[in-house]
Structure formats: C-alpha cells, structure tokens
Design a protein around this ligand. Structure first.
Ligand code: KIV
Length: 263
C-alpha cells in the first residue's frame, strides 16, 4: 500500500507508531521499502555518512537531487521526504520554493527544513502552494556552529518553552510533520500532546508519533562513540533485512527507544 501523508495522520490518530529511516541509494531504499518502513528520509546526513564530512553544511542541492532520484528508483510504497540543504531555503520563501520543486521533481513527496518560528513564513509559502513541509526543531545540525556542538536542546525552562512555541507556530503555518532531535523526553511528550501533526523523534524519547535513525547508525556503521540515542540493530541480526525488521518491531511495540536512549 502506497504510504501517504493521510496514512501517517491516520496511524497517529489510531496511536500506531510509524517508522522512519534515512536512506541515500536505490539498493537500501528497496530493502527498507520491502521491510515496511513507512517513511524514507533522504537526509543531508549524507554529508557525514556518504561524503565523510564533519558537518552537513557542505551538502548542496545537486547532492540532494542526485540521492533523492536514487532512492526514488528503489521505492514502491514508502513516502520519501528529502532535506533541503543548507543555503537552499533560508534566504526567502521564493528561494525555498524554487529549490524544493527541483527535489520534488525527482521523487520526493515532502521536504524537510530546519528551524523554529523563523521558518514559519517559508513553511506557509510552501504548504499553501502544494509542497508538504516537515519541520525540524531541537538540535538542528545545519546550525551547529551557532549551537556550539551536538548538544541536548530545550533543557532549561526558557529553551523548552521556546521549542514548544516553535512547534505550535510551525503547525499553524502549515507544517505536516515535525522532527524533534535531541531534546528531553518529557518535553517531546509535551510537544507531541500539544500539536495535532505527527511528531518524529530522534533522541527525543518514546512518546513521539514516530522514530527516525540514521540508517548507518542503526546498522552499527558509526565511527567512534555511539550516540546515546542510537541502538545498533545489526548486533543481534544476521542480515540487514532482519535488522530493519527488528527496528520496525521495536518502534511499534515501544521497545525502542528505551530509557537508556533518552535524555
Ligand atoms: O539528515 C538527517 O539524517 C536528519 C535526521 C537526523 C533527522 O535530519
């Protein structure tokens, strides 16, 4: 069954969690799609895991178009969301529309942009013109130099309130989905309860409508120390297919993320 935004909204209403993994090529796209992952995110994390860069800042529109096209060739049912890369949407809503259309033209069905209330006008401009938007708040890797590192966000009363307001503002502006990265589990729960759009957590505890991980992380292919919110599903699996199926089961039954993965 082809997954649509409506499918994800219905699953959220029915309190069934959906699963998201990042994906960058056709072979993995086919594996994830056949396993039943509902959403494939062509993340600009490809800058880290494919291109070997320290940050996502060097990823360009041409990279996102190339990888989105590759993923689209492997997918039958999953909904493809693609990241708008750094510098391709921050200048103006018009700039965002022009660049988002290039990504939609090669198979994405939604785009993701990082940022809170500052992105409300752009979110409204895109969604009113037929481009579904997934918002992304909390740790936003494209702002890494301003955030001063890959750190927990929303861990003071003031910053938590700001994130809650951002989530509500983005929903009102027309965002269809909301990614929350590296924020306290209690705050993610509060935000999930206060908006009606599905929320997708990464390092945001178990109370989100869905979970996302970087594919390479959940297959144990990370360099150095494993981030707290990552689980290596390959450790107890014989094949990639089995690891992905175990991820789906763990998310849907509430086994992942566990206490040891949350902040
Ligand atoms: O680029 C990416 O992989 C992401 C996820 C971490 C949410 O944005």
């Amino acid at each position: 069954m082809k997954i649509t935004l409506h499918t994800l909204q219905k699953m959220t209403q029915d309190r069934e969690k959906f699963t998201v993994l990042t994906c960058y090529d056709a072979t993995f796209a086919a594996i994830l799609d056949q396993a039943g992952i509902e959403v494939l995110l062509v993340g600009d994390s490809l800058g880290n895991v494919i291109q070997g860069e320290e940050t996502t800042l060097s990823v360009g529109l041409v990279d996102m178009v190339y990888h989105t096209r590759c993923v689209a060739r492997g997918v039958r049912n999953a909904l493809i969301i693609a990241d708008m890369p750094f510098g391709s949407y921050q200048i103006s809503p018009e700039q965002a529309f022009e660049n988002a259309s290039a990504i939609l033209a090669v198979g994405a069905r939604m785009i993701k942009i990082e940022g809170g209330r500052i992105m409300a006008d752009t979110t409204r401009f895109l969604s009113e013109r037929g481009i579904p938007v997934c918002a992304h708040i909390g740790l936003t890797p494209q702002s890494i130099h301003q955030l001063g590192g890959y750190k927990l966000q929303g861990n003071t009363d003031e910053t938590a309130k700001r994130l809650l307001d951002d989530a509500q503002t983005l929903e009102q502006a027309g965002a269809s989905l909301l990614v929350m990265e590296m924020i306290p589990a209690r705050l993610a729960e509060q935000i999930t309860q206060s908006v009606s759009i599905p929320t997708i957590g990464i390092g945001a505890g178990p109370h989100c409508s869905a979970q996302v991980l970087v594919l390479y992380d959940m297959l144990g292919l990370y360099h150095g120390k494993k981030p707290r919110f990552v689980k290596d599903f390959m450790a107890e699996s014989q094949t990639v297919q089995q690891a992905v199926t175990n991820y789906i089961i763990a998310v849907k039954t509430g086994l992942f993320p566990g206490k040891e993965h949350e902040f």
